[in-house]
Design a protein around this ligand. Structure first.
Ligand code: PLP
Length: 379
């Protein structure tokens, strides 16, 4: 399929390196990593090398990386595992009201089982303040789960302050971050960030779908979510998906210098904002200091779904943010307190390292054409 693909927060095109690594593993290295013979050993070596690549990228050690199937599984494992491990020490879980459903639905289930879940709301710009975290955390808090980058607005959350706040409040909380949108785009060092657990997902960084990883600090112990044959040091039983793990490792190795790429993404974001604003599309819902790979904008007066359809006809692919629940629109923008008209007309543009300025031009042209056609049709 061709076209201007600006929906990279939903998923990314697998890179050649990842595809080659998957093919190699399927064709040449299909043993079971647990087998005590050469086939097993070779597969184990592939898994080990991918684990090393992921660990290095986030400043972790190799024995702190657990492969799994996706970001959703990582979030579930971290949250349920931590809550069960620490439930004797308290029952409060602090999170934000704008997490991905992989977190929100998981804490909701824990709330049904008696946990006291506190949801921090963002401000009108999409930021989460440290003060609101301080107000939410108490000595009974056993888990703080906060995403590093919001998937709809690109807002960066104050994850690096969480450990300090928990200490100040006398809380034994483990700190989890859903870094699915941040990994590979923002430099991450788990030690500097002060997190005990970090979720990442392959398909957001040009690896295949169906592969993710969870960092768990070796200083903490959480309960496994999937039990069985004891793979992944008992934390995630089930025969490892060697091809997908190799694909993730290759995609991680293929990541360019993150800071240099971030600078390029910022230039592209600034350019896109400028071109859109010059043409009257200036209701931006992403804060100015958001991760530049995400730009959320409202085209007030036009419904997101209608615009998506028109843009698709012009060969431009964006998203409306998140799947609209029964026409209610984005819960993230709603939590930010934005007006209805703005929520109903929101578009999320999300770039990858392969996006170009010409893509922003094409997007803007397509938006102008779409709004013109819609105005005509409504006359
Ligand atoms: N967390 C965030 C912030 C996401 O954006 C997503 C996917 O869009 C997920 C979790 C779920 O990841 P996966 O699709 O790998 O299950």
């Amino acid at each position: 399929m061709n076209g201007i693909y600006l929906d990279n927060s939903s998923t990314t095109k697998p890179c050649k390196e990842a595809i080659d690594a998957v093919n190699f593993a399927l064709n040449e290295c299909w043993g079971n990593p647990s087998s005590l013979h050469e086939f097993g050993f070779n597969a184990e070596q592939l898994v080990k090398s991918a684990r090393q690549s992921v660990a290095e990228k986030i400043g972790a050690s190799i024995d702190e990386i657990y492969f799994n199937s996706c970001g959703t599984e990582g979030d579930n494992t971290a949250i349920i595992g931590a809550a069960l491990a620490l439930k004797k020490r308290g029952n409060r879980i602090v999170t934000t009201s704008v997490e991905h459903p992989a977190v929100l639905e998981t804490v909701k289930r824990l709330a049904e089982d008696g946990f006291d879940v506190v949801y921090i709301k963002p401000d009108k710009d999409g930021h989460i303040s440290e003060k609101s975290v301080r107000d939410a955390v108490n000595e009974k808090t056993v888990l703080i789960s906060m995403m590093l980058v919001n998937n709809e607005t690109g807002a960066i959350f104050p994850v690096s302050s969480l450990k300090k706040i928990a200490k100040e409040k006398g809380s034994p909380a483990l700190i989890h971050t859903d870094a699915v949108q941040a990994f590979g785009k923002l430099p991450i060092n788990v030690k500097k960030l002060g997190v005990d657990m970090l979720t990442l997902s392959g398909h957001k960084i040009h690896a295949p779908k169906g592969i993710g990883a969870l960092y768990i600090s070796k200083d903490v112990h959480i309960k496994p979510f999937i039990t069985g044959g004891g793979q992944e040091k008992g934390m995630r039983s089930g025969t490892e998906s060697v091809p997908l793990i190799a694909g993730l490792g290759a995609a991680v190795n293929a990541l360019p210098d993150i800071n240099a790429q971030l600078k390029k993404a910022q230039e592209l974001n600034d350019y896109t904002r400028k071109v859109l604003a010059e043409n009257g599309f200036d209701s931006f819902n992403s804060p100015a200091d958001a991760l530049p790979y995400v730009l959320n904008v409202s085209v007030i007066g036009y419904r997101s779904e209608t615009l998506l359809h028109f843009l698709e006809n012009e060969g431009v692919y964006v998203s409306s943010g998140s799947a609209c629940a029964k026409g209610k629109g984005s819960y993230v923008l709603n939590e930010m307190g934005l007006e209805r008209a703005r929520i109903d007309s929101a578009l999320r543009i999300s770039f990858s390292r392969f996006s170009e300025k010409s893509d922003a031009d094409k997007l803007c042209e397509a938006l102008l054409s779409a709004t013109k056609k819609l105005r005509k049709a409504n006359r």
